[in-house]
Design a protein around this ligand. Structure first.
Ligand SMILES: NC(=O)c1ccc[n+]([C@@H]2O[C@H](COP(=O)([O-])OP(=O)(O)OC[C@H]3O[C@@H](n4cnc5c(N)ncnc54)[C@H](O)[C@@H]3O)[C@@H](O)[C@H]2O)c1
Length: 376
């Protein structure tokens, strides 16, 4: 198959590109090598060389009509991963996030609608962030989709999720694909729009659309320099620098951390299986892990003694918990996550050690968030 991967030099995209190329597909990568992710000299990295020899590597922007049109020529499928990815950053870089994420997807579909092409399938990277707080069970047994938490509660150290009119504790349950979509960040909004654009426009053009709602992806290759996204790589970089880890809220907030090779496997299934056509799928492990557990596991595996500070800080746009219901992707595509959290994190640590600590604008990113009133 001739496949274009936008954002194919990134964390997920590069792993996917190399796997597809290895399987004999003709892979093209369109990526602008965003400095926030790749630093200032991406062509000096070993990954650049590997991608350059295994794929047709095009340095260009998904918001550039001529570059995207040239990259699309002759392709049979597109995996659209290029995006701005920081939840917190999206709350003040609003125009940029909308332009790249929504604008890039609009341009892709506009080209498919208005030019000759051979594309039969488009797979778009959506995100669990489109669910906002996700699905909870009330003490009465009914399912509810709680609104964003109030700043006043969080400032008082109360991080629990609440739902109007419901007394007692809410239990977080796995979020299925039919759950309410109500993102709590600009990033989440852009992901929802990307997904809906693809799932609405593609069928009208006779193209199969597939949207993958990735949970929190981690593993080797995740940018250690990008301070805006990926808590495992951010914590790993801090540990390697001998610095304290600042844990937001009370550390009991949780996510569904899915290993990158499982995400690549799900994406390959989405790209190749007929049954995936015009469907939306969760991609995760189905199991929540707390942020405190992440920090403790990393410290243990690095054999590091850095302080873990539970600061009570909180960020606008962050949710409390979320984990995926995998029933649909299991039943439809036969997807089963193969990597446990423990085994995946050991791979991440081994890779991070080999890479060494990286210069990162971590402190500047926190200062920026504080200055904008988005980190309290
Ligand atoms: N990593 C996760 O936990 C996660 C979770 C949910 C969804 N996603 C989505 O998966 C996709 C891939 O994420 P990732 O973790 O690999 O991120 P990443 O930042 O490593 O990769 C994104 C790639 O897109 C490129 N890019 C950014 N803007 C571009 C533009 N205007 N034109 C061309 N290329 C551009 C970047 O240079 C980068 O190589 C994204 O769409 C992201 O929103 C990721």
């Amino acid at each position: 198959m001739k496949v274009l991967i936008t954002g194919g030099a990134g964390f997920i995209g590069s792993r996917l590109a190399l796997r597809l190329a290895e399987e004999g597909h003709a892979v093209s990568v369109l990526d602008n090598f965003l400095p926030q992710v790749h630093g200032d000299r991406p062509e000096a990295s070993p990954l650049y060389e590997r991608l350059d020899s295994a794929t047709r590597l095009i340095r260009g922007d998904v918001t550039d009509r001529a570059a995207l049109a040239a990259a699309l020529a002759g392709q049979e499928a597109v995996v659209h991963l290029a995006a701005e990815t920081g939840t917190g950053q999206s709350m003040y870089e609003i125009e940029r996030y909308s332009r790249v994420n929504i604008g890039g997807t609009s341009l892709l579909l506009d080209l498919l609608a208005n030019s000759d092409h051979a594309v039969r399938r488009v797979v778009v990277a959506s995100s669990r962030s489109i669910y906002g707080e996700g699905r909870y069970r009330a003490p009465t047994g009914e399912y509810v989709y709680p609104p964003h938490r109030s700043e006043a509660d969080m400032a008082a150290g109360d991080f629990a999720v609440k739902h109007p009119g419901i007394e007692g504790e809410l239990e977080c349950v796995a979020t299925d694909e039919d759950s309410k979509l109500h993102p709590s960040s600009v990033y989440g909004i852009t992901k929802q729009v990307q997904e809906q654009l693809v799932m609405t426009v593609c069928p009208s053009l006779g193209i199969e659309g597939v949207a993958l709602r990735y949970q929190n992806v981690f593993g080797p290759g995740q940018s250690l320099a990008n301070p805006y996204t990926g808590i495992l790589s951010i914590f790993a970089n801090l540990i390697m620098q001998g610095r304290a880890i600042n844990i937001f809220e009370d550390g009991r907030e949780s996510r569904d951390f899915v290993y990158v090779d499982d995400v690549v496997e799900a994406t390959v299934l989405a790209l190749t299986r007929p049954a995936a056509a015009n469907r939306v799928f969760n991609v995760g492990t189905g199991a929540p892990v707390s942020v405190l557990e992440v920090a403790e596991t990393l410290c243990r595996l690095f054999d590091a003694d850095v302080p873990i500070e539970i600061s009570g800080n909180f960020r606008a746009g962050d949710i409390r918990h979320n984990h995926a219901d995998l029933t649909r992707i299991r039943e439809t595509l036969g997807f089963e996550p193969a990597w446990s959290f423990e085994r995946g994190i050991a791979e991440l640590v081994a890779w991070a050690r080999a890479s060494g600590p990286q210069a990162s604008a971590y402190d500047a990113s926190l200062a920026e968030m504080r200055e904008k009133g988005l980190l309290k």
